[in-house]
Design a protein around this ligand. Structure first.
Ligand code: ZN
Ligand code: ZN
Length: 427
């Protein structure tokens, strides 16, 4: 007979964590060493399917594969109760890993343009996949502790901003039960063992743009016979800096960045066209609309000043604001504090980065909460925080040196996901 003190349902589920920890770490190391670019996550999806099919009670799961490309959705129906959707993104980045880890990636991939690039899990999506697999496995192994429906979504192509969109376009809303709530998490700079959560807008909307300026080609020695799109582009890039500084209300939050300028082939040729590409980030759809309107107007005016043909202005890669539902976030925060300790729950600092996670719950109009969990050695982080030098002392996501410490990062991701899920499903 057990003499253990009574434990909560969350603790019952997580009592299985020590037993699956070697598998969790091995799965993570494999994922880390085998990153794949956006939309190419075939090996990752195959590993996810293999692991899910080996889980206890797998015969009762509904498993959808190849959703929106390489996406996988696993539905665990377990009696009456709410439906919780939990999401992990699966893709890596074209970055050459420089972490020195024994399980570092040496993978390469072929891009859409036909070139070969190194690939790395530089955004830590491997931690998302591994911790969601472990959370699912622990919940399936403890059926008496919960009731309801759990939907685990392994999503492709977050870094390309169209993986969630592709899954929705592939009939996700019709193929999955309607979630009452959706949950997602991201590994971020911060002390391992801690989480970061906040209600309201935490990540920006995104609208990428491409302006094709049309000039008139000619000889570099005779500019007066041509219309030079290179100088037009240079002038336009400078003018675009006044959108945020002079034309958006000071209290609004917006970024307009030109990240790519392409023109010409040779020193002495004035080219026909110049292409200016960039991104607009805001916390408000109306501000985004205004930035894009000013941007198009400025491009037309620049061309007009030169007597040039109308430029082509295109927008693409729209992402909504990630806007955590306050009531949902309260419940998640309380669950995270219960499991990890109040001192391990930090405020998520809103950032201008963007995420496509919310496109999944938005497809049903379901409320959601998205939070972060820390990646780095807590003692090192604390001394860095004391001097305010975290940004210099630790690599950010997407850096070639981004290397989450294995533990307690992975355990924390699992505990956070189980605790938050159980805030709806626990009994
Ligand atoms: Zn990323
Ligand atoms: Zn990411």
């Amino acid at each position: 007979m057990s003499t253990a003190p009574p434990t909560s349902a969350v603790a019952e589920v997580l009592s299985g964590l020590p037993g699956v920890r070697p598998w969790l770490e091995e799965t993570y190391r494999w994922l880390h060493a085998h990153p794949e670019l956006s939309t190419q996550e075939h090996g990752t999806a195959a590993r996810v399917l293999e692991e899910v099919r080996a889980m206890p009670g797998a015969q009762d799961l509904e498993i959808l594969a190849g959703v929106g490309g390489t996406g996988v959705a696993v539905v665990a129906r377990h009696g009456e109760g709410p439906t919780v959707l939990v999401r992990a993104d699966m893709d890596g980045l074209p970055v050459r890993e420089d972490t020195g880890l024994s399980y570092a990636s040496t993978a390469t991939a072929t891009t859409g343009e036909g070139g070969t690039v190194p690939v790395m899990h530089a955004c830590g999506h491997d931690t998302h996949v591994a911790t969601l697999l472990a959370a699912l496995r622990l919940l399936l192994a403890a059926p008496d502790s919960w009731a309801g429906t759990l939907v685990a979504v392994f999503q492709p192509a977050e870094e390309q901003f169209n993986g969630a969109e592709a899954m929705v376009a592939d009939g996700l809303v019709e193929r999955l039960p309607r979630p009452d709530v959706a949950l997602g998490q991201h590994v971020l700079p911060g002390p391992a063992g801690s989480v970061q959560v906040a209600p309201g807008p935490i990540m920006a909307s995104c609208d990428d743009f491409r302006i094709t300026l049309r000039g008139r080609g000619g000889h570099g020695s005779a500019p007066h016979t041509a219309i030079d799109p290179v100088v037009m582009a240079a002038s336009l890039v400078v003018r675009l800096q006044t959108i945020v500084s002079r034309q958006v209300a000071p209290r609004a939050t917006a970024v307009v960045t030109v990240g790519r300028v392409v023109a010409g082939t040779k020193t002495n040729i004035i080219p026909e066209t110049a292409v200016v590409e960039g991104t607009v980030r805001t916390y408000d759809d109306e501000v985004a609309r205004r930035c894009l309107e000013i941007l198009a107007r400025t491009a037309r005016a620049e061309a007009h000043a030169w007597g040039a043909p109308e430029p082509l202005v295109e927008t693409f890669d729209h992402l909504p604001v990630t806007d955590n539902d306050p009531a949902t976030t309260d419940r998640v925060r309380a669950a995270l504090a219960d499991e990890l300790g109040t001192d391990q729950v930090r405020d998520f600092e809103p950032e201008m980065g963007s995420e496509d996670f919310s496109e999944l719950p938005n497809a049903w109009g379901a409320p959601y909460c998205y939070w972060g969990f820390g990646a780095f050695d807590a003692a090192r982080w604390a001394s860095s925080e004391a001097t305010g030098t975290q940004a210099e002392d630790f690599p950010d996501n997407h850096a070639p040196q981004f290397a989450p410490v294995l533990q307690p990062t992975l355990d924390t991701g699992v505990r956070a996901m189980v605790a938050a899920t159980m805030a709806w499903l626990g009994r």
